[in-house]
Design a protein around this ligand. Structure first.
Ligand code: AKB
Length: 315
């Protein structure tokens, strides 16, 4: 393996914090530089405060550390994004432009850009949604991800920048909390089930969404970044699937471990966002091109989440 210096932007976030640890387990710790706009609670390696909207600061960091790979995970997610659409657009797009331009001009070898199932809208087939389905998102977050995917394709075609991307479903992990997303319920529910044996869900009982266990999401991210360039045939973003379930099905699975657990439903504005997204995703291209294969289904995810969170919460 060539020596790499890896920059993670948004390293304190739900995925960023776990990805940072995974990359520090794979590469020498000193070569994985975490950045965020906030200090981490307990840094496990090199950390620098960075506002990715400050292009000069990003450029200086990339130059001084001779960065060879950037994982750009900073973004405002679907539900929070609706509170201030224009600010969300500015942050999500300007941060990506800064990353792409600095990567291009400073000869960064590879860039990772996270896209999302939020690129799809109500017109898309709900079931087994195809890689090349029309993209008609209704959230500003989804619109910014569609635009972002197209810019990644553009930088690849025009400048040969090796940008790689997956469309994450909702990600569920015990290590970190999500913030501002529509799929956040599927993490919150576990914390509340363990602490209070009850949860009031902001989606309807039957709203089915694509989801994935954190370990699978991290493996997918590192796999696409490790794949030989010629295997990464899609340069906008790959559909990625793990499992799909409704809040009611998740609650029933939790009840197998916590029989007293009760769920109630108080759908809010996030229900409308969820209803505009697919129920399940066809990720055959990722499976064929770079051998993607998930390991966790709903039963295994639930069992692992409860075991890990009990050990953390009930000490
Ligand atoms: C969200 O709910 O906004 C995110 C996503 C699916 O991209 N978790």
């Amino acid at each position: 393996m060539d020596s790499e210096t890896i920059l993670i932007i948004g390293a304190n976030g739900q995925i960023g914090s776990v990805l940072t640890e995974a990359l520090r387990a794979k590469y020498p710790k000193q070569t994985v530089l975490a950045t965020d706009i906030r200090e981490p609670e307990s840094p496990s390696g090199p950390f620098t405060l960075l506002n990715v909207l400050d292009k000069d600061a990003l450029e200086e960091l990339v130059s001084s550390h001779r960065v060879s790979q950037i994982y750009h995970l900073a973004a405002i997610l679907s539900a929070k994004g609706e509170l201030d659409p224009l600010r969300t657009w500015d942050i999500n797009m300007q941060s990506l432009f800064n990353v792409l331009e600095v990567a291009r001009t400073k000869a960064v070898k590879k860039v990772f850009f996270p896209s999302s199932i939020a690129v799809f809208g109500p017109e898309a087939n709900k079931k087994n949604t195809d890689q090349f389905e029309a993209l008609t998102p209704r959230t500003v977050y989804g619109i910014s991800k569609v635009a972002g995917e197209n810019w990644c394709q553009y930088y690849f075609d025009r400048y040969g920048l090796d940008v790689r991307s997956v469309r994450y479903p909702g990600i569920i992990g015990h290590q970190s909390m999500p913030g501002g997303g529509t799929t956040d319920y599927a993490v919150e529910i576990f914390h509340e089930a363990i602490k209070n044996q009850s949860y009031s869900c902001f989606l309807n009982r039957d709203t089915r969404l694509p989801m994935m266990f954190m370990e699978d999401a991290i493996r997918a991210t590192i796999s696409i970044m490790d794949a030989p360039a010629e295997q990464v045939k899609i340069r906008s973003s790959y559909n990625l699937a793990g499992m799909s379930f409704t809040p009611e099905e998740l609650a029933e699975e939790i009840q197998k471990h916590i029989p007293d657990f009760k769920i109630s439903y108080a759908p809010d504005h996030r229900e409308q966002i969820a209803r505009s997204w697919p129920e399940s995703i066809n990720d055959q291209s990722a499976r064929t091109d770079w051998n993607w294969q998930e390991k966790y289904d709903l039963a295994r995810l639930t069992e692992t989440m409860i075991r890990e969170l009990k050990a953390k919460i009930l000490v």
